[in-house]
Ligand binder design. Structure first.
Ligand code: WTA
Length: 662
């Protein structure tokens, strides 16, 4: 925990938000035709957990109906829909085909170089059945873990669903993580199979994945018996006979007959590693029935999904939870048509996303504030060249969206450059890897939206903002965001570490889940998210841990000590800034900065490389030895350092300032 109150910590940002008074009610037409009406809030309030039982039965197909909605007797370990049996892949695929929707488009895929592929529900079902057979042939069975290290290509979705089908637990590792980070995750989950690709395309260039897998498995002592390799960019790869097999040889030749059997509602669906406040990433565990119910419900209601007519596009990579819940699972469970795109928004030109919106007539777009701010920087003329008339709902996720970015999103993207009389509503969705699905979000046909606020709890979810003592704060005040009742898509624990699960989320306040975010209730009781109050940074919507980067830095022989802070950045939200003390023999020059940046890239991955590394003679510490990151943040953001009276040595900030001037 930081020593400051979340409200003070946010300073100017909060001041600006407090003056934000605009509000945009839904148009009469949108409200009348919306999936979610006021009634859904009333029903959820009246029914309690049974509300979720009703959603689970109406949105999902169960092999065996459940007998108990919620078992909270072993809190904080929840069991939802006990006695029920369900198959996630069957729900995402086969049942649509059986219901005569096999010809509906499931996936439009566009590669960065412009290559395209399409899969109807029938075709995607067939591919997943083949992959399921192939993985079983390689010895993967129910409960085994499969590491997935793939780019944003259809095989990523197919692999995840094939695992779910056979009851294997996938652990997707973002392609931007290094060989070392991949190996740590493989070891922690004891994965049997790795599914990867030769590489991918990024910014017009082929990038490699398979070499990182080879490097990560080079050292003995791992549990991997097979590596399935998708041929994506044709770059040469090394081959380990007996271990490596091409996707086309394994899956291409497999039978397309595969019957999905129901797994227990609480059967593990996936592990996804995320950064916490300590150095070691946490394997967040999600299970099947509750997760599917809440992701499907929120996808349908928050985005006002009309599966027959909408084209949905979520720009998140499958390496993050958004790519799990709102690319692989919910859209397919809901029978939607979606677009997936492999590359970057500016390749080959800065209008690529908008060109895709026009080409595929995307009607629901779900992206992150950092991307919106980047497009703002490039200028409105770029989206202005494309027809964005198809867009009718816009979503935001990953970090607080500042009101300017929100208004730009609305007027430039949601109004087709001002040509549309009624702009598309924006839904700002707050949630986490741990929550599995949206927790706070407007309902676009009900809520009058406010620029910069996620506003209201999803129906059936109990959210509050509390003070240090865990007391609910009055409207108009700030505090800590908590969740007060168990929810269906909640994490079921941290892989292999139940104590850490309790300590991390359930020990700060009695009987409440502590999210790690600061928040404020405005005069109407609407919730504004204010960013993390712990040692987790949010860079371009990606979670990074200060401690994890600090331990990467001190693992280098030249570094004696390191402190990392997230400095406010106009585009990426936060940027990683590191302060290091070098060992006696190490030289302070440009080379050392480059060396250390690369070292972090190797230890964790390119996304974690600090934007700036500052070599300093000392770090500011309290008498109990705790680094005062707040003061370093002041320096990193170019401010006069704040109150340093609690420092053990109060000349330290002066020494740092002097070393900055050198
Ligand atoms: C932040 C991403 C403000 C928050 C789905 C949370 C947000 C962390 C929002 C989780 C939002 C996510 N407004 N902040 N709409 N959405 N966050 O696990 O700090 O990658 O705790 O999940 O992102 O990040 P994660």
């Amino acid at each position: 925990m930081s020593e400051q109150s979340p409200v003070k910590q946010q300073g100017d940002a909060l001041e600006n938000l407090l003056h934000e008074r605009r509000s945009f009610p839904p148009s009469a037409d949108f409200a009348a035709n919306a999936v979610a009406q006021q009634a859904v809030y009333d029903e959820a309030a009246a029914e309690g957990p049974e509300f979720w039982a009703r959603q689970a039965r109406s949105l999902l197909t169960w092999d065996e109906d459940f007998t108990e909605t919620l078992d909270w007797s072993d809190a904080p370990f929840a069991k939802w829909f006990g006695g029920g049996k369900i198959n996630a892949a069957y729900n995402a695929l086969d049942r649509h085909v059986e219901a005569g929707r096999g010809d509906r488009m499931a996936l439009y895929f566009e590669g960065e170089p412009g290559d395209t592929r399409t899969y109807t529900y029938a075709q995607l079902t067939e591919e997943v059945k083949k992959a399921a057979n192939a993985f079983e042939t390689l010895g993967v069975s129910k409960g085994d873990r499969v590491a997935v290290y793939l780019p944003m290509i259809p095989e990523a979705v197919i692999t995840m669903l094939a695992c779910a089908r056979i009851g294997a637990v996938h652990s997707v590792v973002f392609g931007g993580f290094s060989a070392d980070a991949l190996r740590n995750r493989i070891d922690d989950a004891e994965a049997k199979l790795v599914v990867t690709a030769d590489g991918s395309y990024r910014r017009g260039k082929p990038t490699a994945l398979k070499p990182a897998v080879d490097e990560s498995l080079a050292q003995e002592g791992h549990t991997v018996t097979s590596v399935v390799v998708v041929k994506r960019n044709g770059e040469p790869v090394q081959w380990t006979e007996g271990r490596d097999i091409w996707w086309d040889d394994a899956v291409g030749t497999a039978s397309a007959e595969h019957t999905a059997v129901g797994h227990d509602s609480e059967h593990p669906l996936f592990i996804l590693y995320t950064s916490g406040t300590t150095g070691k990433p946490k394997g967040i565990l999600h299970t099947t029935g509750g997760y599917l119910a809440q992701t499907a419900f929120t996808h349908l209601n928050t985005f006002d999904l009309k599966p027959e007519t909408d084209v949905y596009w979520c720009t998140a990579d499958i390496g993050w939870v958004t790519g799990h819940s709102y690319v692989t699972y919910a859209p397919l469970v809901n029978g939607a048509t979606q677009l997936i795109y492999e590359g970057t928004p500016d390749t080959p030109h800065q209008g690529r996303w908008w060109e895709l919106v026009e080409k595929y007539k995307v009607s629901i777009l779900y992206t992150a504030p950092t991307a919106i701010r980047t497009c703002m920087k490039w200028g409105r003329d770029i989206p202005g060249k494309f027809n964005l008339d198809s867009i009718r709902v816009l979503g935001s996720v990953g970090e607080p969206i500042n009101p300017e970015a929100w208004m730009w999103y609305r007027t430039v993207i949601g109004s087709n450059g001002g040509k549309k009389e009624v702009p598309a509503p924006i839904v700002d969705t707050w949630w986490q890897t741990e929550t599995g699905a949206h927790m706070i979000a407007p309902m676009p046909g009900v809520t009058a939206t406010k620029p910069g606020s996620a506003q209201v709890a999803v129906p059936g979810i109990s959210i509050d903002v509390v003070d240090e003592m865990g007391e609910s704060v009055p409207d108009g005040s700030g505090g800590f965001l908590v969740i007060k009742e168990p929810w269906p898509a909640m994490l079921r624990g941290i892989w292999g570490d139940p104590e850490r699960f309790k300590a991390t989320y359930w020990s700060r306040f009695d009987n409440m889940y502590f999210a790690g975010d600061g928040a404020k209730k405005d005069e109407d009781g609407d919730i504004w998210l204010l960013g993390r109050v712990d040692d987790v940074m949010n860079v371009s919507g990606h979670r990074l841990s200060t401690t994890e980067i600090e331990s990467a830095l001190v693992s280098h022989p030249s570094v004696a000590e390191a402190a990392v802070v997230g400095a406010t950045d106009e585009t990426t939200g936060e940027a990683v800034v590191a302060f290091v003390i070098l060992r006696g023999s190490a030289k302070d020059d440009d080379d050392i900065v480059t060396t250390l940046r690369n070292h972090v890239g190797k230890e964790i991955g390119p996304i974690a490389k600090p934007r700036h590394i500052l070599v300093v003679p000392e770090l500011p510490k309290t008498r109990s030895g705790k680094i005062m990151r707040r003061l370093l943040k002041d320096v990193a953001e170019g401010r006069e350092a704040g109150d340093s009276s609690t420092l053990a040595d109060n000349t330290v900030m002066q020494q740092i300032a002097e070393s900055m001037r050198k």
